[in-house]
Design a protein around this ligand. Sequence first.
Ligand code: DOR
Length: 466
Amino acid sequence: MKLLLKDGKVINPVNKTITIQDILIADGKVAAMGKELAASLNLDLDESTDGRSTVPVDSNSGFQPVFFNNKETSKNACPPIFVINVKDKYVVPGLIDLHVHLREPGFEEKETIATGAQAAARGGFTSIVCMPNTEPPADNQAVISYIQQTAQKTGMVNVFPTGTITQGRAGKELSEMASLAEQGVVAFSDDGAPVVNAKLMRHAMEYAKMLNLPVISHCEEPALAYGGVMHEGFMSTMLGLAGIPAAAEEVMVARDIILAGLTGCHLHVAHVSTAGSVELVRAAKEKGIKVTCEVTPHHFTLTDEVVSSYDPHTKVNPPLRGKVDVAALHAGLKDGTIDVIATDHAPHTPEEKELEFEIAPFGMVGLETAVGLVWTKLVIPGILTACEAVAKMTVNPARILNLKKGLIETGGEADITVIDPNLTWVVKPEEFAGKGRNTPFSGWSLKGLPVVTMVGGRVKWMKLDK
Ligand code: DOR
C-alpha cells in the first residue's frame, strides 16, 4: 500500500524546523518527502472522483475504517495511492511514551497489552515502553517474551518492555540483568517501587552500564513517604490527609544521581514532580553526570488543590504537588532539564477507584489525554514551542532508549503521527479505547488531538473530517 500525506506541517524535532511537505509512504517506509511531491513524482492523482475514498485502517485496530472526503484519489495506479490531506496539521515522528503500565500479565481486569496498545494508538503513540510491575513481574525472559509476542500479535504499536532491577521487584537480589538484556528489554526499572538498598542500586547501575541500558528510577524514600496519600503541605493539613513530603522524592533523586556519577550509568528519573528534583537534575547535568528525566502531563497541569474534591482520580504517586513545583516543572521543560514527557499511564478498575481516597490505589490513565494536555497546557500558552514539545515525545525518548526512531526521514520506518492543533474536544473517559477510566480530566475541554497514527506505514488510528 502506498500512501501520501499531503500538505502537512512536518516537524523535525532534531533541527526544530517546521516545513510544509508531502510524505510518500511505501512498503512501511518513508519513500520520499518534499514540497509538491505529487507533481514532482508525476503521481497521477485523479481529482475528478466523487471525493470519497477509504484509507484502510488496520483490521487489527478494532476500529471501523474511517471514511472521509478526499478529492484526490489515484486514477490508474495499481496498487492505489491513498491520499490523506493533512493541511494545517502537524506531521510529527510517531510519538514515544517511555512510561506505560500495560498490566498484562496478571492484572488484565485493569488493562491488557491489546487494549493498552489501542489506547496508545488513539493517543498518537506509535511506540510505548511498558513497566515491569506485572504479576508475575517482568524479571525473567519468559515474561518479557510473552509481552513481546502478545504485542506482536496485537499488531497495533511497538511495545518495548522494561525488565526489573530486582527479582520480583522485592529489592533484595538483582534480576538476571544480562539475560533480560539478551531478551531485548530497553531499560531496567522496579517502577511502582524504589530500590531502597543503595548498594544494590549501585550494583544494578554497574551492570546496566555494562549492558549499555538505562536505569529508570522510581525515586521515593519509603520511610519518608510511609502512609502518605497526597502531597505534604497546606492542602494535606486542611484536608486531614497524610502527606508525602517533596523530600521523599528528592532524597532518592540525590542518591541516584550520586550513584550514577559513581558508576557512569545512564540514570533516567521517572515522573519528576518537585522543584527540588528539577534543581538536582539540573545541577547534575551541569556536572556532566549522565542523567535524564521525565514529567507527566498530570504533574505539569494539576496542583494538590484538586485533591480537595477527595476524588480518588486525583490520587497518584508521586502526588500532585504545589504551585511552586508546577512552575519549576514548566521551567525545567523549557530549559531542557526535563528531557521527556511521559504519561505513567496507570489504569485501575472503577471498583478500585470508587474506594475512598485513602485506600484507593495510586495512578491515573494518560495515553489518550497526553497530546491534548501538552497542546493546551504547554504549547498554546507558549511554555514550549510545538517543536520543543514534540522533541520531548519523540527524539528525546528514542535517544534515551537507544531506539532508531523519533525522526521522519527518507528511507526510515514510517512511524508517523498527525496532530490537529486546532481541534477542540472534550475528554470522555467512557469513549477511551483503553480499559481504564481513571482520569481526573473527565469533562475537560482540550485543544489538540492526534488524528492519524501510523505504525510501519499502516494506519492504526484515524479521525479526519468527513
Ligand atoms: O501512581 C502510580 N501508579 N505511580 C506509580 O509509580 C505506579 C503506578 C501503578 O502501577 O499503578
